[in-house]
Structure formats: C-alpha cells, structure tokens
Design a protein around this ligand. Structure first.
Ligand code: SAM
Ligand code: SF4
Length: 266
C-alpha cells in the first residue's frame, strides 16, 4: 500500500520480546530492561492476527526480531503459523545467533527463509566486551548451524563506529567472504539524539525509500524508527492501527524518545 509520499509499504518488522540474553553496550543497559508485565506482551494469537491483517493490506515481507527473538518461549510455533500466511513472500529473522545451534533446523523446517546474525568483531575478548556476556564461539556455531539448515541468504549485521575500514569490520568482512555470508555495516545510531545513517549493504535508514512498519512486543505499530508516533493495536484493532501508521508515516525520521533498540528491534 502506498503512503502519502508514494512509498510502497510492504515490510513489517515484528519484535516478539524486549528481553535478551546479551547486553550489547549500544542497545541495552547493563542490568537489562525492567520486566514488562506478562499481559502487556502480545500473545501468539495476537501477533498472528496482526501479521495476517498486514499481509492482507499489502505487506509481503516480515522479519522477526527483538530483543532476542529466540528467547521467546515456543517461538517455532509462531514462525510456523506466520510462514503459512498466503501472500507472504519473504520471511526472515534477526538474531544474535546464540540459539541457532539449537533451533536453526526447526526454524527452517517451520518455514523461516533467512536470517540476519549480528557480529561486530572476530575478537573473542572484544565480542564479550561489546555484548557484556556473550561468547563468540556460540555465535560462530550458530552461523554454521544456520548454513547447514539451509537458511539462505545469511547476512551478518556488523555495527561499526564510523567506517567499514575499522579493524573489526575488516576482519568480520574477511570471515564473511570465506564463509559465503553477506555483510551489512550498520553505523552505531542514537535514537534519542536522532543520529541515524543508511545501512551499507542494506536498505535501512534511507527515508526516501523506506518501506517499513514495526510492531513492538507490547502491540504498538510504529511507522518510523526515528519518531515517537505509534498506534496501539489493542485499542484500535490491527487494521486501523496499520492503516493509521501507513497514513501518518513521516517523510523522514527525526528522533525517538520512547524506544530503545531492544524494544523496537532495530
Ligand atoms: N537480538 C537480535 C540481534 O542482535 O541481532 C535482534 C535485535 S537487535 C536490536 C537488531 C539489530 O540492531 C542488531 O543487528 C543490532 O546490532 C542492531 N543495533 C542495536 N543497537 C544499535 C544501535 N545503537 N545502533 C545501530 N544498530 C543497533
Ligand atoms: Fe540483545 Fe540484539 Fe540488543 Fe545485543 S543488539 S542486546 S543481542 S537485542
């Protein structure tokens, strides 16, 4: 469906949880996020209905994100339900990769097509510093498992400070080349300060061609990552919330004071 700036809104990113097993320095406070009440989080029936309604309104591509989507209980069940929505053409997930060694095959069998996995450095100590708790070996095993399961393409999200020539980014690029993975460089952003950049190797951050809506884990449709606009699905119903979000999608991003990456999913 076209918005008022003639952009075809055909991509929905669904955050299924704001929780995560990592605490990346640019995403989460060290102590994690305050617990949302269980009843505030959308259940699978609600998420499925929103996804189905969205596809009915012209969404062709869905990405499951978080927080860390693979920490949500019974996530395979949700994946398998969404994968079967007629008209959905592209179905992916963004994950930190830790649980892929456990779930990659089940995800693929349930109908997930592809994954983006976050990896900012090849240096184990630095990886642990960035994620505060992470073990790089688990992620590398997860990437292997995703390849073996048939998830394709596998893209690596690499957060950079300023440039893809930074040592860490160069080493991640080398690893990607050797392992048949695509790399996307995401320059570190700050939602509250309104610092955002176009993703290199991807389509994020380019307002003039932005085709996205986002669904937060507590049921708000957000038309722009860099705006506070949101439409509550539980109050408005899925169709109205989606139509309002498309109708009011800002021409370009400014700032977002009410979200962090972990609850809007990047
Ligand atoms: N937990 C999953 C993961 O890390 O891939 C999915 C959610 S995470 C919020 C989605 C993406 O946002 C990740 O690739 C992460 O690197 C990126 N991200 C988080 N905080 C960011 C920031 N401040 N600037 C740029 N990208 C960020
Ligand atoms: Fe978790 Fe992903 Fe945020 Fe890192 S970037 S803390 S893995 S949600």
């Amino acid at each position: 469906m076209l918005d008022k700036y003639n952009r075809n809104i055909n991509y929905l990113r669904i955050s299924v949880t704001d929780r995560c097993n990592f605490r990346c320095v640019y995403c989460m406070p060290e102590e994690g996020v305050p617990l949302m009440k269980h009843e505030d989080i959308l259940n699978f029936d609600e998420i499925f209905e929103i996804a189905q309604t969205a596809v009915g309104l012209g969404i062709e591509k869905i990405r499951i994100t978080g927080g860390e989507p693979l920490v949500r209980r019974n996530i395979i069940e949700l994946i398998s339900r969404i994968a079967k929505i007629p008209g959905l053409k592209d179905f992916g997930m963004t994950t930190n990769g830790v649980y892929l060694s456990k779930y990659a095959q089940e995800l693929f069998d349930a109908g997930l097509q592809r994954v983006n996995i976050s990896l900012d450095t090849m240096n184990p100590e630095k990886f642990n510093k960035i994620t505060r708790v992470g073990n790089i070996d688990e992620v590398l095993k997860g990437i292997e498992a995703a390849k073996n399961a048939g998830l394709n393409p596998i893209k690596i999200n690499c957060v950079i400070e300023k440039s893809e020539n930074e040592t860490d980014a160069v080493e991640v690029a080398k690893y990607c080349k050797e392992n048949g993975l695509q790399i996307r460089y995401i320059r570190e952003m700050d939602l509250e300060k309104g610092y955002f950049w176009q993703v290199k190797g991807g389509e994020g951050g380019a307002c003039n061609i932005c085709n996205r809506l986002r669904l937060t884990s507590d049921g708000k449709i957000r038309p722009c990552l860099f705006s506070d606009l949101e439409y509550d699905v539980r109050k408005l119903g899925a169709e109205k919330a989606i139509l309002l979000a498309i109708g009011e999608k800002p021409e370009r991003g400014t700032i977002n004071n009410t979200n962090k990456f972990n609850n809007i999913g990047g």
